[in-house]
Design a protein around this ligand. Structure first.
Ligand code: SF4
Length: 460
């Protein structure tokens, strides 16, 4: 006989245990094992009034946001709906079957209020990194760094040619106010732009990746042993900001975890002379970074590498056997030989070059030869020497690990465009995404299924 679905569903009393219905190996159960909000609760306490109606628990809101980033649910409105229907999501948020899910508008209020004042998302991220360290996932032997563009929530239709007179606009959005505040506090931190977004002026226009678009960069510093994200920093999408953010991240990790890597791995974008000097001289870290060198020769001509540096005499020896010096002329008023670009210019003598056989290959269109040397050249030499070693070949492979994390971020977590505006919006979103990536790593490496026999895991 064919069965029939019962039409009545109005049973009066149910005995239902949410805990029983979540599989042992469910991703949220795995992630939950490594979440600890005790520290966040203590940290947040001063930001809440002890009178009046109790607010929505910040732990609940963070748990909801983490679900969104775990499953690529970018809309907060949709996230609230999904949590309403999904048992596993309710379990992770510590909500019973009949508990109300907070309204999506609550996120916005808290994000711009207490969460930001207390820097809660940074605290949650740091707590997870600390947990990775406690679980032995971080060795500190080598760190790798890189940046990836993420589209800003800024339409191309709202692009105008810069500079913009912001004071004349009657209303200013939060992102614009943030940008103007940044300009007031540190004008050097924001560079003048040719194309400006009127909705998010901090975002940077880039047209080299297909049709032009506004972008932010997410900057990762990872420990290469287990690909744990040690730190994350948002910047407008241009190289100088990205390189500076690496310094910020290394300093912050050293301060928070008392951890400094033995070697730092990065691509050529990080191989500027000043950056290499900071890594070598100030931090005493091995730079596994290719040197950014624009001085190489054209085919058939003598390049800088054909000139031999003599540190004792502070000069270069050219292939013709003469010296190139930085201080040939004596000035009445002593002046520094260092240029604005932090370089010294070594020049040959016109007299020597005039009769030299190599002139046509050395300086065919000039009367003498110039060699530019950075004041940080010794640090560049350290990086050049490391680039010749076997360890460097391994470092080049390890560098790809950051790119794998970016690919995971964009493809699996569906994070290729920001939802929030301004650098603070990017800060919040990048931190949450990196927190989820680290939690997944912990779950993958250290998750232990609950043991029913010990009583540590209690069924209803
Ligand atoms: S052209 Fe001048 S700098 Fe070049 S090799 Fe000859 S002497 Fe030296």
């Amino acid at each position: 006989m064919m069965g029939q679905l019962p039409a009545q569903q109005n049973t009066l009393f149910y005995e239902f245990c949410l805990e029983k219905h979540i599989p042992e190996d469910h991703l949220l159960r795995q992630v939950d094992q490594f979440l600890d909000f005790d520290q966040a609760r203590v940290h947040l306490d001063p930001f809440y009034s002890h009178t009046g109606r109790p607010s929505i628990d910040p732990e609940l809101m963070i748990r909801m946001l983490l679900i969104g980033y775990c499953y690529g649910i970018r809309s907060e409105r949709r996230l609230c709906e999904e949590i309403r229907y999904n048992l596993a999501y309710r379990w992770f948020c510590r909500l019973g079957l009949e508990d109300e899910v907070p309204d999506h508008s609550t996120f916005s209020k808290n994000r711009h209020g207490r969460f930001r004042e207390a820097d809660l998302l940074r605290l949650v991220f740091d707590t997870v990194v600390q947990r990775c360290n406690d679980e032995g996932l971080i060795t500190g032997e080598g760190f790798a760094t890189d940046a990836s563009y993420i589209k800003a929530d800024a339409s191309r239709q709202r692009m105008v040619d810069g500079p913009v007179d912001w004071q004349s606009s009657p209303t200013q959005s939060r992102a614009v106010r943030e940008y103007l505040d940044a300009l007031d506090s540190d004008p050097a931190a924001t560079r003048p732009q040719k194309k400006v977004s009127t909705t998010d002026p901090m975002a940077q226009w880039a047209g080299d990746k297909g049709p032009g678009q506004f972008y932010y960069s997410t900057n990762y510093l990872i420990d290469i042993e287990h690909n744990v994200i040690m730190d994350v920093e948002p910047t407008p999408a241009y190289r100088i900001a990205e390189v500076t953010s690496t310094q910020t991240m290394i300093d912050r990790v050293e301060e928070n975890l008392n951890l400094k890597p033995k070697r730092l791995i990065a691509d050529t974008a990080y191989g500027s002379a000043a950056m290499l000097d900071w890594v070598v001289e100030q931090k005493q870290i091995e730079p596994h970074i290719p040197v950014l060198d624009k001085s190489e020769s054209k085919p058939g001509l003598l390049g800088q590498s054909d000139f031999i540096w003599d540190s004792e005499s502070d000069c270069y020896h050219c292939p013709g056997g003469y010296q190139l010096q930085a201080r040939r002329r004596q000035f009445k008023k002593p002046r520094s030989p260092v240029t604005k670009a932090n370089t010294l210019i070594y020049r040959s003598s016109q007299h020597d070059c005039k009769t030299c056989e190599l002139k046509s290959r050395c300086c065919p269109n000039a009367t003498f030869r110039k060699i530019t040397r950075s004041i940080y050249e010794s640090s560049r030499d350290v990086a050049r020497d490391i680039c010749e070693t076997q360890e460097y070949l391994q470092s080049r492979k390890d560098r790809k690990k950051v790119e794998v994390l970016f690919a995971h971020l964009k493809r699996v977590m569906n994070f290729d465009r920001l939802r929030l505006r301004g650098i603070t919006g990017a800060h919040d979103e990048f931190l949450l995404a990196a927190t989820v990536q680290n939690l997944k790593k912990l779950a993958q490496q250290r998750f232990k299924p609950p043991d029913y026999r010990t009583g540590a895991f209690v069924l209803c």
